[in-house]
Design a protein around this ligand. Structure first.
Ligand code: AMP
Length: 561
């Protein structure tokens, strides 16, 4: 295994000529380098060219068109009230998403962004339009409504973006698009992104774009044999369930060593924390990590004290981890080439490699593109259910017992079985022993950290799961050897057991399994930690935040120790 520093020969956002405020915004969001579409689209767009881009969700296309738009806004912001850019999108969800993205990128240059879509009260839209906006992100229908009312004026438009144009045509917006584009100044820049390029899109482009630059992400086919032979599977999971889904998939796959790719630094940090909370030994690697930390992380992987590496592409570049069995894409990669590159890290030298991709429902199209480009199938799988997990864990216990039976060192236990056999059937004795062995493997504790799907058990202190902890009852003594800590945030702050486990495991470097009973009340929580680690946990949590807020942490008052 080698641990080189990330290469510096790739195009950076700064190389694309973006202004310092935008570079700061991108760095603040944890973006480490442009995606392929951004690398290709940003230079011609900042030169003012029209552009026809074939790119699906997940490629980073939003930033590809938004950053050049924001480049046009003068220092100190625009004084004009009418928008300089109009982004047309097929759905209200996308309108909200794109306008949030533009807002995040453009906050430092004071960009004023407004989403307008049907179903939202028009009054608020009118007020904001009246005050003045720079970028309007609209569904075509609602944009036409505003044009007809005279509340949206296009005279000062410099840029029109048609995002997911194929979807807009499929939804019957062709006439609306023509009407809107007819009102936009002829001198404008026009940008069209579409996941597919049917003839209707070509027609639309010929009609409204002038000498466009053409960009396609995912057209190049890899040479046969270039993509490695790796078992490839994907799970379509809504965003909110991704951490739990990943945990389950890892539980079932049981990788010896895996690398989990994330998009941004923040995502890397959060996921590492979550995974450590689930009892994995995960380490972060991203561009914000010093060479010294990087060396430490690599050493932990090498000597087996860590088994998961959570990393961005940039940080993982030049890293050759020999014992890697699994590559996990926590998101669909931004281009097929990046997918091929990532999965090339496993399946070397004839060993079996596994590549797992988690995709949000919207990213399904990108998976198809990857399959087409790599000419390899990605098997769609269902996230393992609790029942699958149980079966898998029982199988592990069975295998452990099998191994133990093959070893010849059981005689010392005969007396226990014989004594119990006077009172119970031997089968029952065996069952009880299997239960103990199974529980001792820590299987039960892990299961409870998955939200919602898991029956609430002792882990949450009995009362913690659904109702209030009954404070009128005599406070329960902490479990022997454990100290109970008071944490000044509870259910009303959205705290869940897994947040506490994540924070304690992540900040104080405790294994999730060392954490004892957790009770969550409305305004506070109680959590048991090993006595010897209590002070360390208190100090670590005092400097940290849980769910984005600083919280009080101390020993519980009625804990005499
Ligand atoms: P999009 O294809 O525009 O929907 O973007 C997909 C996701 O990638 C969004 O969550 C973006 O925040 C994220 N993203 C876009 N560009 C980058 C980048 N250069 N580095 C990391 N994440 C990015």
């Amino acid at each position: 295994m080698t641990a080189d520093a990330p290469d510096d020969d790739r195009t950076s956002f700064a190389d694309l000529g973006l202004r310092p405020e935008l570079l700061r915004a991108l760095s603040g969001l944890g973006y480490e380098e442009p995606t392929p579409i951004q690398r290709e689209a940003i230079p011609p767009l900042t030169d003012g060219r029209d552009l026809l881009g074939q790119a699906a969700t997940g490629t980073g296309k939003t930033a590809a068109f938004a950053l050049p738009v924001l480049e046009r806004i003068a220092d100190g912001g625009r004084a004009e009230r009418q928008p300089m850019a109009l982004v047309l999108v097929p759905t209200r969800e996308l309108a909200v998403q794109v306008s949030e993205a533009v807002h995040r990128y453009g906050r430092q240059i004071g960009a004023r962004v407004l989403p307008i879509y049907g179903g939202q009260p028009i009054g608020r839209q009118l007020r904001v339009l009246e005050q003045g906006v720079d970028v309007v992100v609209a569904t075509p229908g609602r944009a036409v409504d505003h044009l007809n009312r005279g509340t949206l004026k296009l005279e000062q438009l410099e840029v029109v973006v048609l995002d997911e144009a194929d979807e807009m045509l499929d939804m019957g917006f062709a006439e609306d698009l023509d009407a809107i584009l007819a009102e936009a100044p002829a001198q404008r820049q026009t940008v069209l992104f579409s996941a597919t390029m049917p003839p209707r899109i070509d027609r639309l482009a010929r009609q409204h774009l002038t000498d466009p630059v053409r960009i396609t992400i995912g057209r190049e086919q890899t040479e046969p044999g270039e993509a490695p032979r790796v078992r490839q599977s994907a799970y379509v999971v809504p965003r909110a369930h991704k951490p739990a889904a990943l945990g389950r998939v890892l539980d079932v796959e049981a990788p010896t060593a895996a690398i989990v790719f994330c998009r941004t630094r923040d995502e890397v940090d959060q996921l590492t924390e979550t995974l450590n909370g689930r009892g994995y030994r995960a380490e972060s690697l991203h561009g914000g990590i010093s060479q010294e930390q990087r060396d430490r992380v690599m050493a932990r992987l090498r000597n087996g004290t860590a088994d998961l590496l959570v990393a961005t592409d940039v940080a993982a570049r030049g890293l050759d981890v020999e014992q890697l069995t699994h590559v996990v894409n926590y998101n669909v990669p931004s281009a097929p080439e990046s997918y091929v590159h990532r999965i090339g890290r496993v399946g070397r030298a004839g060993r079996e490699g596994v590549a797992i991709t988690l995709a949000e429902p919207r990213e399904h199209g990108m998976l198809k593109t990857i399959e087409r480009v790599t000419k390899q199938r990605i098997q769609m799988e269902k996230v393992p259910t609790i029942a699958d997990l149980r079966a898998r864990r029982l199988e592990l216990t069975r295998a452990a017992l099998h191994e133990s039976l093959l070893e010849d060192d059981l005689e010392g236990f005969r007396v226990v079985v014989e004594t119990l056999a006077d009172e119970f059937d031997v089968m029952e004795v065996a069952l009880a022993a299997v239960k103990l062995a199974h529980e001792a493997s820590g299987a039960a504790a892990d299961e409870e950290e998955i939200p919602d799907v898991v029956p609430r058990g002792d882990r949450r202190g009995g009362a913690g799961g659904s109702g209030e902890p009954r404070r009128e009852r005599k406070p329960r003594r902490p479990t022997a050897g454990m100290t109970r800590l008071f944490v000044g945030a509870g259910r009303s702050a959205g705290i869940r057991p897994q947040d506490l486990v994540g924070a304690i495991a992540g900040e104080a470097r405790l294994n999730g399994r060392e954490i004892g009973a957790i009770e969550i009340a409305d305004r506070f929580s109680l959590v048991e930690v090993p006595e010897g680690s209590a002070q360390q946990v208190i100090s670590a949590l005092r400097g940290a935040s849980i769910k984005g807020r600083k919280v009080t942490v101390r020993r519980e008052r009625d804990d005499p120790r």
